[in-house]
Design a binder for this molecule. Structure first.
Ligand code: NAD
Length: 284
């Protein structure tokens, strides 16, 4: 088993920044890269604000906070990843874009390094197939926000080795997470079940069954969910929800996975949810 001391995180959006924060706060050296320099700076600022908040509220000691700051570095290019023990990819939910990145990372990182994807739905086997290290490719699916949510869903591709699995499991446990294991099928466990529910909530809104507020209140108070499905979709990102529905539909073939036209229209209009200030709800 590889001892993980350093980690490269690609993608500084909601998930990548949270994963980088979690890793730095747990004593790993972290390099965070985003292809968009504005997104990278925003991620570094938000991690630094979050760590300061954790220290001021007594959730993290001053020493550990200072240590986390020291361990975190931003990188404007991937070549800085040549010494990391594991890379966790958290870029846009697109198989083509992720495959390009995995092919590139495979050439840069050292031979023993693991390539993990935080994908919500895309085949780990197909991402692995683009590399020359398919036994060292794995799905490490954090929940949003990564520092707070207790679950990591681990997905083994067809060739993922026991060693890669055990190292990834240990890392997630070091972060204080509970692990579940999924076979490599579209959407794995959590999104296979969650996304059709969110899509159905869009259909209920689209066909005028009820207002958005009543749909969300119904699911919160009626089924004890902490967030309603439309509010949760805004929190996840409507673009991410749409991409996952497309993967479910393409991979499973059933028309029940066709994305709701209203979800498609919101994404077309740039209403991507909380991160853009508007989605199903308006946050401005
Ligand atoms: P996001 O839109 O908040 O961030 C994605 C970031 O990736 C952006 O900052 C973008 O600039 C960057 N990026 C895009 N292409 C890149 C490339 N080729 N190289 C480097 N950086 C690149 O997205 P997110 O919500 O953080 O989702 C990221 C991944 O995590 C997706 O695969 C998504 O399915 C998965 N995920 C999302 C959630 C969620 O609730 N949003 C939960 C679990 C997993």
């Amino acid at each position: 088993m590889v001892e993980i001391k350093s980690i490269g995180v690609v993608g500084g959006g909601q998930m990548g920044s949270g994963i980088a924060q979690l890793a730095a706060a747990n004593g790993l050296d972290v390099i965070l890269h985003d292809s968009d320099s504005t997104a990278l700076n925003k991620a570094l600022k938000s991690i630094s604000d979050n760590i300061q908040r954790l220290v001021s509220r007594g959730h993290l000691s001053k020493d550990k906070g200072a240590d986390a700051f020291r361990r975190l570095k931003g990188a404007s290019n991937l070549e800085d990843f040549h010494r990391v023990d594991i890379v966790i990819e958290a870029i846009v939910e697109s198989e083509d874009v992720k495959k390009k990145l995995f092919a590139h990372l495979d050439k840069i990182v050292k031979g023993s390094a693991i390539l993990a994807s935080n994908t919500s739905s895309i085949s780990i086997t197909r991402l692995a197939s683009i590399t020359c290290r398919s036994s060292q490719v794995i799905g490490m699916h954090f929940m949003n926000p990564p520092p707070i949510m207790k679950l990591v869903e681990i997905v083994r591709g067809a060739d993922t080795s026991d060693d890669t699995f055990n190292t990834t499991k240990c890392l997630a446990e070091r972060f204080g997470k509970t692990i579940i294991c999924s076979q490599d099928f579209p959407g794995f466990i959590v999104n296979r079940i969650l996304m059709p529910m969110i899509n159905e909530a869009f259909h209920a809104l689209y066909t005028g069954v009820a207002t958005k507020e009543d749909i969300d209140t119904g699911m919160k108070l009626g089924t004890n969910h902490p967030m309603g499905p439309l509010e949760l979709a805004d929190f996840i990102g409507l673009d991410v929800c749409l991409s996952i529905m497309k993967v479910l539909h393409a991979g499973l073939g059933d028309s029940k996975y066709v994305p709701c036209p209203l979800l498609v229209q919101y994404v077309d209009a740039g209403r991507l949810g909380k991160k853009r200030g508007i989605g199903v709800y308006n946050y401005s």
